[in-house]
Design a protein around this ligand. Structure first.
Ligand SMILES: Nc1ncnc2c1ncn2[C@@H]1O[C@H](COP(=O)(O)OP(=O)(O)OP(=O)(O)O)[C@@H](O)[C@H]1O
Ligand SMILES: [Mg+2]
Length: 134
């Protein structure tokens, strides 16, 4: 079995976001997740990374494997120290945006990756964790 590993990537620019997408894709391919699973994870990562960039003022994405002492799986944790989200349920609902967006990213990511956790504290920042198990 592969040894545990983790990789933390900065999220400060569009180029960083591309690198995060590429890293998530590469880890998914390495673990033989199928194309549909890859695309779900990469799309969710892309939306969460963009939110960290746009609303969180930048942050980081940490990739980890395996998950919870299992044999595989991938967890990606997005973290920023921006203004946080006052009402998480509202932020998750379709069509809610404070930035003139479509308001589909956060809720869409949650629908794509069922194992989805979000923690946010106004004034402290936001952490979103998506996990796919093997
Ligand atoms: N990391 C974050 N920090 C602070 N607020 C956030 C963060 N992520 C999301 N939000 C808030 O939640 C709202 C909804 O996010 P969501 O990704 O669903 O929509 P959007 O980014 O506005 O538009 P879209 O993703 O469809 O382009 C955002 O408009 C913003 O107010
Ligand atoms: Mg968004």
């Amino acid at each position: 079995m592969n040894p545990p590993r983790s990789e933390t990537l900065p999220l400060r620019s569009d180029e960083d976001l591309v690198r995060v997408r590429q890293a998530v894709r590469a880890w998914m391919v390495e673990q033989n997740f199928n194309l549909v699973e890859q695309t779900k994870m990469v799309t969710a990562a892309s939306e969460l990374g963009r939110n960290a960039l746009v609303y969180g003022g930048g942050g980081s994405a940490r990739l980890e494997s395996p998950v919870d002492g299992g044999h595989g799986g991938i967890r990606v944790t997005f973290e920023d120290h921006g203004p946080g989200i006052a009402d998480i349920a509202q932020a998750l609902s379709n069509g809610f945006s404070t930035g003139g967006g479509l308001g589909l990213g956060l809720g869409g990511a949650k629908r794509l990756v069922k194992d989805f956790e979000i923690f946010s504290e106004p004034g402290q920042g936001t952490r979103v964790i998506i996990t796919i198990r093997k």
